[in-house]
Every structure is written in structure tokens, then in C-alpha cells.
Design a protein. Structure first.
Length: 283
């Protein structure tokens, strides 16, 4: 007997599988361990300023400054399925970016269950706004502030740029964004096994699904994904980019050949990778 479709053409088992990236990536545990090891190494090797953008214990920023004052700033927003990882897993690309003459900031935030997804979006908005407000004092160019997000971090970046909240980012604050391996419509995640901990209302799904609000974007957005991602994450990337095009928003769709969900972010630490080079062109 054919199982009933619960979302698009996915039955429940196939939908759950498509939101379990580790099932598609046999090296997932090794790469997640590498995130932490490479991040700790960056902290050992590089100068870093530890900053707070709010009073919450997770509302922290690790800033790795460029050698030159007035350099552009790249802000990294980590993934982790909205409930894992933190800033100490997320500095692995710091050396690559500072080596390219850029300042690099890791923006941390509370995760589920300490915070709900809407609060996470507003934390990312507040963190970006705080960095913009203190740009000159912190030594980077306030006109060249760029944001990168991977996995659930890609969703948080896209939502931070489109969600109407009391902490909505003012136009012109972000000069460009890279969203890699993200989910941009929350209906699918909510109908999957992840819905049990996301626990979003219908209004929250609407408000925090970036693909439904691309008209609010005011900066170019690069959308990246690996061709070894799940079917659903490859669909998210393509449909989000198509929505940007339809709305007349500048951007580009980038395919990381041969890369699974976890490998895509590792490319950000490799200055010779196509993804890193495409990002440099956008700065």
C-alpha cells in the first residue's frame, strides 16, 4: 500500500529522512568534530576579541580582526538544526578570512530548548545590528558588512534579513549574504520529525519562512548547496534562488560539486575552493 503524501510528494518516512542530513553523510560525525578542533586551533593561533551584544549568556561574538583597520567584516552564523553547536564550533574559517584581509566574526545565540526559533532570529538581528553600530570602534568598514550562514544558520541569516520583528535590520546595514545548505520554508521542517522540537505556530511558519518574504531583501544573496545533500535541501536552494530571481533580487546559485551537507561549510576554510573564491568576488 502506498503511503500518503504529507508534504509535496513526500510520505512521512521520506520527509523525515530528508531532514536527517547525517543519514546522507557517512562522515558527518568526523566533520562535526573537525568544526570544534579547527575552531579551537583558530582561537589558539589568532587574535580574538570576545564581545557581548546582549545580556543573555549565549549573546556573544568572537571577533577575529583583520590586520588592516577599515577592512570588510564577514559575520558567520552557525548551523546545528537550530539546537546544537555554538561559537566554539564555529571559528574554523577565521584564518582563511583574516588571511584574505577580512575581519571575521562568529555570532552566537541561544538554541532550542533555551530559546525558540523566533527568538533566535531576533538574536541574530540584534547581533548584526550591534556590530554595525560599533563598526568604526571595532575597526571594520560599516559599509561592507557581510553575513554567512550554514544549514539552520543559513535559515537564520535569511530570516534575519526578511522577518518583520522589533529588531528588523535597517536597509543598507548588510551589504551581501551567503546562505549555504539552508531550509527557507519552514512548512517542510515542521511536518517532519523536527516539528516536535521546532513547535511553531502557523503564524510563525509564515513570518519566519524567508522564501515568502524575499521582496524585503535589500542586498545580494548567494545561495549555495552541495550536490550530495538531501533531495529536500537541494530543492530548498533551487526554489529560494528562483524566488529571488522572480522578485528581481541580485544573487547567484552556487553548486558545490561532490559535497554533502557538512562538507559544504568546510569549503569556507579553504581559500582555494570555488565557494570561497565566489564569495570573495561578492565582497
Amino acid at each position: 500500500m502506498t503511503e500518503r503524501a504529507v508534504y509535496l510528494d513526500y510520505d512521512q518516512a521520506r520527509l523525515d529522512l530528508n531532514y536527517n542530513q547525517a543519514a546522507w553523510a557517512p562522515n558527518a560525525e568526523a566533520i562535526i568534530a573537525w568544526y570544534r578542533d579547527a575552531s579551537l586551533e583558530a582561537h589558539r593561533k589568532l587574535a580574538c576579541r570576545h564581545l557581548a551584544y546582549g545580556e543573555g549568556p549565549a549573546e556573544r561574538i568572537d571577533l577575529f580582526p583583520a590586520a588592516m583597520q577599515g577592512a570588510p567584516l564577514v559575520i558567520y552564523v552557525h548551523g546545528g538544526a537550530w539546537r546544537m553547536l555554538d561559537r566554539m564550533d564555529s571559528a574554523f574559517a577565521a584564518e582563511a578570512f583574516t588571511g584574505a584581509g577580512l575581519s571575521f566574526a562568529v555570532l552566537d545565540f541561544a538554541s532550542i530548548p533555551a530559546a525558540r526559533l523566533p527568538e533566535m532570529v531576533t538574536q541574530v538581528q540584534r547581533g548584526i545590528g550591534w556590530l554595525a553600530r560599533y563598526a568604526v570602534e571595532l575597526g571594520f568598514d560599516p559599509r561592507r558588512l557581510f553575513v554567512i550562514g550554514h544549514s539552520s544558520g543559513a535559515h537564520l541569516v535569511a530570516a534575519a534579513l526578511t522577518a518583520e520583528t522589533p529588531h528588523r535590520l535597517e536597509p543598507g546595514i548588510v551589504a551581501g549574504a551567503l546562505c549555504a545548505s539552508g531550509a527557507y520554508d519552514l512548512e517542510g521542517p515542521m511536518l517532519s520529525a523536527r516539528g516536535a522540537y521546532l513547535n511553531l505556530t502557523a503564524n510563525e511558519i509564515e513570518s519566519f519562512s524567508p522564501i515568502r518574504h524575499v521582496a524585503r531583501l535589500d542586498c545580494p544573496v548567494l545561495v549555495a548547496y552541495g550536490d550530495a545533500e538531501t533531495d529536500e535541501y537541494r530543492r530548498h536552494a533551487r526554489t529560494f534562488h528562483e524566488a529571488l530571481q522572480k522578485a528581481g533580487k541580485p544573487g547567484k546559485l552556487l553548486l558545490a560539486a561532490g559535497q554533502n551537507h557538512f562538507e559544504v561549510s568546510r569549503l569556507l576554510a579553504m581559500p582555494g575552493s570555488d565557494l570561497f573564491q565566489e564569495w570573495l568576488k561578492a565582497l
